[in-house]
Design a protein around this ligand. Structure first.
Ligand code: CAA
Length: 260
């Protein structure tokens, strides 16, 4: 499929999706949101795709937010629809079985930070910057940021970041637990690829079900989450990959997973 605002590059089961709208610091307008939704939906159906990495084109920005020029003209009802479209993209990333890593190479602001937070985890360049400037624009984060950030780092730190509109350096985002690891700008993609390859070598259904248990379990009471986990654990014993994985361990050889 051809995209105007995305570069999609497949290599050995790892797909890098680069948001490529440099003239507006890769900001998310309706077209970018629709293309991302379409690309990710298709990639999740493709069994050859084991891991997806999302990054931004250029050295300056991952994504500098939702597109302010487009939002400035919206009516109240249009703004509600725009927020719901952005949220649908974030929820799609949560629902996909394929793990998605955000490789944040520069500014991740507003909708850009929301996109990174929707991914399964974030790697970032030491030069990256994070923040929610929305209250300075007279609005609030609208693509799930209030919900996802508070769940990730707790309401107190989330409140400080969102109420102040402050832009924080990567080192602070790391200390606060927004980012898993920091790398030099040159190392960021190679390191994300290294981790992606490690994940791609594991049983795909195991990885997909683990994502399902983590993402959905967070919305459940603990005992319900435990029950859900046990169900997924049991279902995996119907796969050849479970027999292969355990058999390979007992036979002291490496497993060759088929995703079935
Ligand atoms: N939307 C639209 N255009 C944007 C943009 C955005 N979010 N961010 C940057 N751009 C555009 C600028 O308008 C500029 O375009 P022109 O050359 O045509 O004027 C171009 O990208 C380069 O940006 P700057 O000249 O501003 O670059 P800078 O280095 O001086 O500053 C920056 C970089 C600090 C990231 C600054 O661009 C900025 O503050 N951007 C806006 C960040 C923001 O407020 N994001 C939140 C948006 S609201 C949101 O996301 C709501 C939601 O949750 C759904």
């Amino acid at each position: 499929m051809e995209f105007k605002n995305l570069l999609v590059e497949n290599n050995d089961g790892i797909t890098i999706v680069t948001i490529n709208r440099r003239e507006a610091l890769n900001s998310l307008n309706s077209a970018v949101i629709a293309e991302l939704e379409c690309a990710l939906y298709e990639l999740d159906l493709d069994e050859a795709v084991k891991v997806i990495i999302i990054t931004g084109a250029g050295e300056k920005a991952f994504v500098a937010g939702a597109d302010i020029k487009e939002m400035a003209e919206l009516s109240s009802f249009e703004a509600h629809d725009f927020a719901r479209r952005g949220q649908r993209l974030m929820l799609l990333i949560n629902r996909m079985h394929t793990p998605v890593i955000a490789a944040v190479n520069g500014y991740a602001l507003g909708g850009g930070l929301e996109l990174a937070l929707a991914c399964d985890f974030i790697y970032a360049s030491e030069k990256a910057k994070f923040g929610f400037p929305e209250v300075g624009l007279g609005v609030i984060p609208g693509f799930g940021g209030t919900q996802n950030l508070a769940r990730l780092i707790g309401p107190n730190r989330a409140s400080e970041l969102i109420f102040s509109g402050r832009i924080i350096p990567a080192a602070k985002a790391y200390v606060w637990g927004i980012v898993n690891e920091l790398f030099s700008p040159e190392e960021l993609l190679p390191k994300a690829l290294e981790t992606a390859r490690e994940i791609a070598g594991k049983a795909p259904r195991g990885v997909g079900y683990a994502k399902d248990a983590i993402v959905n379990g967070l919305n459940m009471a603990k005992e319900d989450g435990f029950r859900y986990e046990a169900s997924l654990f049991g279902v995996l014993f119907a796969t050849g990959d479970q027999r292969e994985g355990m058999g390979a361990f007992l036979e002291k050889r490496s497993a060759a997973f088929k995703g079935k």
